[in-house]
Design a protein around this ligand. Structure first.
Ligand code: GLY
Length: 435
């Protein structure tokens, strides 16, 4: 027990990463830069006030504290090249290089890459000028999807059901500069119908280890209504996942992506997240790649991971992932996000939250946008908490998560009340417990 670890980021995903990393018997200390009020309360964990974008300060800190391994949570630093900076300084950092992170950093690159390697995805075109983009929209069928090329903090995808809506999104991105450099190019693509699922793997550049499957709930309101968010709740395993679908995703999406990155001289080492749409016949199409773990998918996934997360990352850095064996708790986990009033357009900050005391080992309150203010923990962002429960059935895990949600008091939080509804419906239909 002597290793020091560094987790970069401040969200629920990073709280889960810090919590899981601290469980490793080899780990003496986990630093989180900058972390949140929840990470500060974990055993062996210490927050460090360095922004995830301040690469020189993070490299300096890791060197000075002799950090054995750094795990990067959010996409921004990865797309900006943080893994390359750590490698150049001789520091071990698990996350893709800047070149490899283009899979998320540029939707245009990603679309062309998918085409080059035969990865099933929606037809689409890229534009840097408004007039041809508007002409394309005129001829396209609806709904249509408009995406800013670069990173846009989860706000760069518009599913337009009218040409006016699509035109407005194009103008905002290409002419008003609302998304800055990220919106100077757009990808317009066909809308694909089906059921969405997340599929996340670890890769060492050659070998791949899939994590447990999961399903997010991107819409703000019950019944998948309302605006798109970063994710209002997730559960694992995904109800729709079976061996055949798993195999198809691996063969048609993940393996070609890892082989393609390798063939292009930019091997992908890190967590790779494929956002997929699965049609009624079980055929997956890639909506997007992300160069990181999902949030909130990570929270239920890591609740189920048995074994040592830092050791797995070390295997990946040593390009030995083919020797890894991952074990999962067979019980499902359900995570319910509690978000600030106004989210996703804005967030109410500074409101006190009570009822956060952990009492149960199978329910975990992961913090995201929280901050310690004197004796109080207060809201500090859009997504504030992710209450995650592990139980013998999805129905029971969901019941326990919502039971804890009901004990948390704050006048500026809301949540969806139907997280994991598809899995509960399937469980009920199959005669499994529906309490
Ligand atoms: N939950 C969606 C994402 O992490 O991108």
């Amino acid at each position: 027990m002597s290793l020091r670890m560094l987790i970069i980021g401040a969200g629920g995903r990073e709280h889960a990463l810090a919590w899981k990393t601290a469980q490793s018997p080899e780990v003496e200390k986990v630093y989180v830069a900058p972390g949140n009020a929840g990470t500060a309360l974990e055993d062996k964990v210490e927050n460090v006030p360095i922004a995830p974008t301040d690469t020189p300060a993070l490299v300096g800190f890791a060197r000075e504290r002799r950090v054995a391994l750094t795990i990067v949570g959010p996409e921004g630093p990865l797309v900006a090249g943080i893994a390359d900076a750590f490698a150049a300084a001789g520091l071990r950092c698990f996350g893709p290089s800047q070149q490899a992170a283009r899979l998320e950093g540029s939707k245009h690159f990603s679309k062309l890459f998918m085409r080059r390697y035969g990865i099933p995805t929606a037809a689409g075109e890229s534009f840097t000028e408004l007039a041809p983009a508007l002409a394309y929209i005129e001829a396209a069928s609806l709904p249509i999807v408009v995406k800013a090329d670069g990173l846009a903090a989860g706000k760069g995808v518009v599913i337009a059901s009218t040409r006016e809506q699509a035109g407005r999104a194009l103008r905002e991105m290409l002419t008003t500069g609302k998304f800055g450099a990220a919106g100077q190019r757009v990808v317009i693509e066909d809308f694909i119908a089906g059921e969405e699922t997340s599929f996340i793997v670890m890769s060492d550049g050659e070998h791949v280890v899939p994590l447990a499957s999961s399903q997010d709930h991107k819409a703000r309101d019950d019944g998948d209504a309302g605006p798109n968010t970063g994710g209002m709740g997730a559960y694992s395993p995904a109800a729709m996942m079976d061996d055949a679908l798993h195999e198809r995703i691996m063969q048609r999406v993940i393996e070609p992506a890892i082989a393609g990155m390798r063939a292009e001289g930019t091997p992908y080492r890190g967590f790779l997240y494929a956002g997929l749409m699965v049609d009624a016949d079980g055929n997956p199409q890639a909506l997007e790649f992300n160069c990181r773990l999902g949030d909130p998918e990570t929270q239920p996934i890591l609740m189920r991971l048995q074994g040592d997360l830092p050791a797995l990352c070390e295997l990946a850095l040593a390009q030995q992932l083919h020797t890894a064996t991952l074990a999962w708790d067979p019980r499902p986990a359900v995570g319910v996000v509690m978000a600030s009033s106004g989210y996703p357009q804005g967030a109410t900050k500074g409101r006190p939250i009570t009822g956060l005391r952990q009492t149960d080992r199978t329910v975990k309150i992961f913090h995201a946008g929280t901050r310690q203010a004197g004796d109080e923990i207060v809201t500090n962002g859009g997504r504030v908490l992710c209450v995650t429960a592990l139980a013998d059935s999805v129905t029971e895990a969901r019941r326990q998560a919502y039971q804890t949600v009901a004990t948390i008091a704050c006048d500026a939080l809301f949540y969806r009340s139907d997280i994991a509804y598809r899995a509960v419906r399937r469980e009920t239909a199959s005669g499994l417990p529906a309490q």
